[in-house]
Design a protein around this ligand. Structure first.
Ligand SMILES: Nc1ncnc2c1ncn2[C@@H]1O[C@H](COP(=O)(O)OP(=O)(O)OP(=O)(O)O)[C@@H](O)[C@H]1O
Length: 930
């Protein structure tokens, strides 16, 4: 059946600037054949008329304040004349930004607090977890807010997610409009779960649901399959009208298949989505699917082992089986002959202009030459095929010593729609495709923790994603440039020369990676793009997810052209019979034998012995027919390669510096922490000294308070004591001011405390030979038995003049020869006492005639008031919680000394014991340092 395509109906009159995704904004409105005949009821909500431009979905992402400059600009209608063509800025429905939906994965194991939280339906706050740690003192960064078309919290179920993100695209594709959906995120963030789903009930992903909805909707509207899709958008006559699938019994002698071996490796969800879209029943629909994988910059067909006729000879109620001779070899039930696995990379080629609406080849899009597009007639059949492809993806991924997440998987569902009244007119066939892409994990830093080869490998593996980001960046820049040019032209009322605009545009580097080459048509042609950002804020890195977030922010600023349903005529010479795929056995090619096992937790583990034959990427004759006629400039190619290698180097350098920076930051933080701790330790004693001083003041006050009653001459309180000091000692004031106390630490504290406790015995006089605190207590108790006290002459009570051999006849007069408070060189007047050997520097003493004093001094029984005083003192000191303190204890020196001097009067000289001066100075030095 030869049918000449009606080329006149093609929308080839459009003017498009090469390499720019934004140029459709300056194109005249399209008029297609399908426009004229689409006066029919529209499927579902959208009116059927093709001339009706789609309204953007009511979403905040489309609100004016969120739109890109290009989109904002295109909201202004204007008509410009250019050199030869009048171009009209189309309305806002022509340009749509890429929609970005965020899906937050629930935490599955540990209760780790997430570093990302939704703050509205469209935005999330991301806080660097390191800022909440002790390093927060050094952190300067605050939380980051990211905005999306919609944010799906962790508890979103698969059904809701599908309805809000993918169902609009499914409606579009059934109406003849193409769409792209891709998932982006780091490993383990839930991309595969989103696309394919899990095995639990209700967990089917968007891919099986898409198939369900499509087949639910076209029930009773399926075409007979006389046409089939070719390349990107072309249509050709099928060889023969395929027979409806039959459930035939498989021959007993048939060899087992790879799919049989790994049957349980990839579970097939039994879920079915009941959603149905109401369609125009004047149309017939046929559905075709293809499944490709991009791994290591090579494109593979995951349906390579499936022959079309197999679809009709499936043994399981219409479920297709792979019948390729390669995969149909006996499995090692006999264990002596391995399966031969042969995989050949496919080439990506330029679409012929005849297939597309583009005016030049650069914007015509590219297709995967030789990729199988299989017709499916039920959702179950399609799912089983995809399961088979999934098995192959896993098998090949394992063979390549990689994980499946290291490849990009692209499933394309093509819908051929033809009006019932024109089913014999191939020019009336409309093709639309919906591509769902499960991108490889975008984690880079995890794989770049080391340098050298692994770093380079990680860079290569993620090359596609890097180039995708570069393409988006360039498209955004181009769109802004165009918006600026148009703005200037509108503002000045001048003509806009598209050649000038074209010159200003950068080349979008689609050709730098296979992935972007394949997806290019969605960006430079027509189609809606939806990006699903998967994030796992629990056990994946903050930096990795920040990168993902930034990528999504970039994607949201890129606009694509809203699609329209277009009829794809059959090219004139495309009625040739389909050539059977004939692959060489590759006897001379190197083979390698491997054993592979697939399976997973809770699933059967399957194993098979395979022989791998890797062929060259050499297009066969049939593919050569489709060779594009665009010679590639080698110089430009070399430049591109150079740019690319520089980019990779730059990327590596950035990664390295990021790692170094992170390590340095950690080191600095650790050092700072250490220093802070040291400083805290240093500052503690000073603080403690202050506390102890206050405490000791309180003690002195108490001593004075309680001791007053027993002193003949009241012991002046601390403040009056200063005032009572004679001028004789003022000369030494400056020096002595700093010698207010001794500081004894460590074990000395214990001694002091024990002394204090001893002094609490009923007979303080029994505490003979004790140390300063005992002396002070004795002093406070008003005892005249100073000689019984270890410090002997620390203090002589003025109420017992006989105790001290001094002349106190003129106590009120200033002493002509001022009492020297000497240090080391003080002259002894009456003292015959010998300094006691103490384990620590003794307190200063007043050298007097101690012996007589000792002789004269009779131990006094503590009076009742003294006992009471001590008891009260004990209580109060207990209240101060002095016991058991492992800290500095301050012993007042000056107070006692001054008090003694003031009461002893002239003639009493202060003679420090040997070593005392040094001790005092030492303590002073210590205090000064601190
Ligand atoms: N929304 C979700 N609800 C429940 N479980 C989920 C969800 N998202 C992901 N998971 C689970 O998290 C795990 C990782 O998910 P998945 O394999 O989809 O991550 P991925 O991003 O595809 O990883 P890779 O890039 O390595 O393939 C799986 O066990 C999956 O079942």
């Amino acid at each position: 059946m030869a049918t000449k395509p009606k080329t006149a109906t093609r929308a080839s009159t459009r003017t498009k600037l090469a390499g720019s995704a934004s140029l459709p904004t300056v194109l005249p409105q399209r008029t297609t054949r399908s426009t004229s005949k689409s006066k029919e009821p529209s499927p579902e909500v959208v009116p059927p008329t093709k001339t009706t431009r789609r309204k953007p979905l009511a979403n905040k992402a489309n609100s004016p304040e969120r739109t890109s400059p290009v989109e904002r600009f295109t909201r202004t209608k204007a008509t410009l004349s250019k050199t030869s063509t009048v171009v009209e800025l189309s309305n806002d429905a022509d340009r749509e930004p890429v929609k970005a939906f965020l899906r937050i994965r629930p935490h599955l194991e540990d209760e780790v607090p997430p570093y990302l939280e939704p703050i509205s339906d469209t935005s999330v706050r991301m806080m660097d977890p390191s800022t909440s740690s002790s390093h927060s003192r050094l952190s300067t960064s605050g939380p980051s807010i990211y905005t999306f078309s919609h944010v799906f919290p962790p508890d979103t179920n698969q059904q809701d997610f599908f309805s809000r993100t993918t169902l609009p695209l499914v409606k579009d594709v059934l109406q003849g409009e193409s769409g792209l959906l891709f998932t982006y995120g780091v490993t383990n963030s839930g991309k595969t779960y989103t696309i394919q789903g899990g095995s639990a009930p209700g967990s089917a992903g968007i891919l099986p649901r898409t198939l369900d909805v499509i087949f639910n909707s076209i029930e009773g509207l399926q075409g007979d399959g006389r046409y089939r899709p070719v390349r990107l958008q072309g249509v050709e006559l099928a060889d023969e009208a395929p027979l409806p699938p039959k459930a035939t019994k498989r021959s007993q002698t048939a060899s087992p298949l790879l799919a049989d071996v790994f049957e349980d490796a990839v579970p097939l969800s039994s879920d079915t989505d009941p959603t149905t879209i109401k369609l125009d029943r004047n149309y017939e629909y046929t559905i075709w699917i293809s499944y490709a994988e991009v791994y290591n910059e090579k494109v593979y067909d995951l349906f390579a082992s499936v022959d079309d006729p197999a679809l009709q000879s499936s043994q399981r109620s219409g479920i297709p089986r792979p019948t390729s001779t390669l995969l149909n070899l006996p499995l090692p039930s006999s264990q002596n002959r391995p399966l031969l696995v042969d995989r050949k990379p496919l080439t990506v080629k330029q679409c012929p202009l005849a297939d597309s609406d583009a005016s030049d080849s650069s914007s015509a899009g590219k297709y995967i030459a030789g990729l199988k597009q299989l017709r499916v007639q039920s959702a179950m059949q399609a799912k089983e095929l995809l399961r088979l492809g999934q098995i192959h993806r896993q098998v090949y991924g394992t063979l390549a010593n990689s994980q499946s997440s290291r490849s990009h998987a692209l499933v394309t569902v093509k819908v051929l729609r033809v009006h019932r009244g024109e089913r014999n007119d191939p020019t009336s066939i409309q093709t639309a495709r919906l591509t769902l892409v499960d991108l490889a994990g975008s984690e880079r830093t995890r794989n770049t923790q080391t340098s050298g080869e692994r770093l380079r490998e990680a860079g290569n593996i993620n090359k596609s994603l890097m180039v995708l980001g570069q393409c988006m960046e360039t498209m955004r820049a181009n769109q802004r440039a165009i918006a600026r040019s148009l703005g200037n032209a509108v503002g000045s009322g001048s003509r806009l020369d598209t050649r000038d605009v074209k010159k200003a545009l950068a080349v979008i580097p689609f050709r730098h990676s296979k992935l972007t080459e394949i997806l290019m048509d969605y960006f430079v042609g027509e189609g809606r793009a939806v990006m699903i950002v998967n994030v796992n804020p629990f056990d994946t890195g903050y930096d990795e997810n920040s990168h993902v977030m930034k990528f999504s922010a970039l994607a949201r600023e890129v606009c694509t052209t809203a699609p329209t349903a277009v009829a794809r005529p059959i090219p004139a010479a495309k009625e040739r019979a389909t050539k059977a795929e004939s692959r060489k056995s590759g006897a001379d090619a190197p083979r390698r034998k491997v054993t592979i096992s697939l399976g997973g937790p809770g699933r059967k583990v399957s194993e098979a012995h395979l022989e791998v034959l890797e062929e060259d990427d050499e297009p066969d004759d049939s593919e050569r027919d489709d060779e594009d006629d665009n010679p590639i400039n080698p110089f430009v190619d070399a430049l591109f390669d150079e740019i690319e290698s520089l980019r990779i180097k730059l990327f590596e350098a950035e990664m390295r510096s990021a790692i170094i920076e992170a390590e340095t930051r950690e080191e600095v933080m650790a050092e700072m922490e250490e220093r802070m701790q040291t400083m805290e330790q240093i500052s503690f004693p000073t603080h403690q000294v202050e506390r102890n001083e206050i405490m000791m003041d309180a003690k002195i006050d108490m001593l004075h308070r309680h001791g007053v009653g027993n002193l003949a001459k009241p012991l002046p309180s601390r403040q009056p004591q200063k005032m009572d000091l004679s001028d004789d000692i003022e000369d030494d004031e400056d020096e002595d001011d700093e010698e207010n106390f001794f500081i004894s630490q460590g074990t000395q504290d214990t001694e002091l405390i024990s002394e204090y406790e001893d002094s609490r015995s009923p007979s303080p006089l029994a505490q003979k030979g004790k140390k300063p605190l005992s002396a002070m207590q004795s002093m406070a108790s008003g005892s005249s038995s100073a000689s019984d006290i270890d410090m002997e002459t620390d203090y002589h009570s003025p109420d017992d003049p006989s105790d001290i051999d001094i002349d106190d006849s003129e106590p009120e007069e200033p002493t002509p020869a001022p009492a020297k408070v000497a240090k080391g060189k003080a002259t002894a007047t009456t003292s015959k006492s010998k300094p006691r050997k103490l384990s620590r520097p003794p307190s200063p003493i007043f050298e007097e005639d101690i012996k007589p004093a000792k002789k004269k001094a009779q131990p006094k029984r503590p009076t009742r008031s003294t006992s009471n005083t001590l008891a009260g003192l004990e209580d109060e000191l207990n209240g101060l919680n002095i016991q058991g303190r492992d800290s500095t204890t301050v012993i007042p020196n000056k107070a006692a000394r001054k008090a003694a001097i003031s009461h002893a009067g002239p003639g009493v000289e202060y003679i420090p014991r040997p070593g005392e001066v040094d001790t005092v100075k030492k303590k002073k030095r210590q205090l000064g340092k601190k």
